[in-house]
Design a protein around this ligand. Structure first.
Ligand SMILES: Nc1ncnc2c1ncn2[C@@H]1O[C@H](COP(=O)(O)OP(=O)(O)OP(=O)(O)O)[C@@H](O)[C@H]1O
Ligand SMILES: O=P(O)(O)OC[C@H]1O[C@H](OP(=O)(O)OP(=O)(O)O)[C@H](O)[C@@H]1O
Ligand SMILES: [Mg+2]
Length: 304
């Protein structure tokens, strides 16, 4: 990492998140679930950490990798698409990779796809040779074209990329796709994927200094716990020992259950941490297989 020249040494950790947009609320909610709370500045650009010395900087998502590279902030929540685009761009310009993905966060999922007009009979990437491809991700697209051995022209647009073929600016596009509704509305179809994206926690490629490193470690431990239990439920039930072979296959997403003997007989009390959805249907199947007194509890926290 190349710290800003003459930047004062900070003993608080600074995390950049999107000020407004798709990742803003989920990023804040995830950090809050790690026990962080803040006092917001009047201009709503900075949040001072109250429960821990971990502050938030509220910015445009495109600025986050650069802020980490410059040492203005330590960590950031940003789409993998943005992080990798800026990483590829820096690599292409011979600059060091000052930031990297620390954790995948499981929200803001989308793909960076090539899409072509509905009318095309798609036969493979060679069909893009000699064509113009509109995108806001020139570095990722250029790198991919080289990897594929396809010679095509990259047309840089900062937004509304899907409309480019209709305006005659390009024959194909390379843009983010989630539901596919925007492509469909523009008579385009996705044909291949360059990148599977989601929100990630980005950090410097090199280690932080001791104080901020310890804070980052603490945050990561809490984050890992929060991510692990996000969709988890604790399942409590009773069953006779002899039906366990029928019950356990119904809990493939559960960690090894804790088993307690209820009396001298065969009756057991079990608790299992399930990482998948515990639906009514699943509870009914467990009941049919011999489980009794089924109870599903939310998991508020977990520290491995
Ligand atoms: N349709 C989508 N579905 C899911 N995630 C998406 C979708 N479109 C974008 N994303 C993800 O959300 C991130 C932020 O998207 P958003 O549209 O809020 O960005 P933006 O307009 O560039 O915001 P900013 O004003 O901060 O620059 C994207 O970089 C991407 O990782
Ligand atoms: O596959 P879909 O579910 O239709 O989502 C894809 C669209 O979502 C994003 O745009 P967004 O809605 O954020 O608008 P913007 O590009 O103008 O910010 C992206 O740039 C695509 O245009
Ligand atoms: Mg942006």
């Amino acid at each position: 990492m190349s710290p800003t020249v003459n930047a004062p040494v900070r003993d608080r950790l600074r995390v950049a998140i999107q000020k407004s947009g798709r990742l803003a609320e989920p990023a804040r909610a995830l950090l809050a679930s790690c026990g962080l709370s803040w006092r917001e500045s009047r201009d709503r650009l900075f949040c001072y950490g109250e429960s821990l010395p971990i502050d938030l900087l509220l910015v445009r998502d495109d600025d986050i990798p650069g802020l980490i590279a410059d040492g203005v902030c330590d960590l950031g929540v940003v789409g993998r698409n943005v992080l990798q685009e800026q990483g590829s761009d820096r690599a292409g310009n011979g600059r060091t990779l000052a930031f990297r993905e620390w954790r995948a966060l499981g929200f803001g999922r989308c793909r960076l796809d090539i899409a072509v007009p509905d009318g095309w009979d798609w036969e493979g990437v060679q069909q893009l040779a000699g064509k113009r491809i509109a995108t806001s991700y020139p570095a990722l697209l250029s790198r991919w074209l080289v990897e594929q051995g396809v010679d095509a022209q990259v047309v840089l647009l900062s937004g509304s990329v899907e409309i480019a073929p209709r305006l005659g600016q390009a024959e194909a596009i390379c843009d983010l796709v989630s539901s596919g509704a925007t492509l469909a509305a523009n008579q385009l179809k996705p044909v291949t994927t360059l990148l599977e994206s989601e929100a990630v926690l980005a950090g410097p490629a090199e280690e932080l200094d001791a104080t901020r490193g310890e804070l980052a470690e603490l945050l990561l431990r809490r984050l890992d716990g929060a991510l692990r239990i996000r969709h988890s439920k604790l399942l409590l039930f009773q069953a006779s020992r002899r039906v366990l072979p029928d019950l356990l296959p119904l809990l493939p997403d559960a960690e090894a259950p804790t088993v307690m003997r209820l009396d001298e007989g065969d009756d057991l009390a079990l608790q299992a941490l399930c990482h998948g959805a515990v639906t009514w249907q699943r509870l009914e199947e467990l009941k049919r297989a011999g489980a009794r007194g089924l109870m599903v509890l939310p998991v508020e926290g977990m520290l491995a």
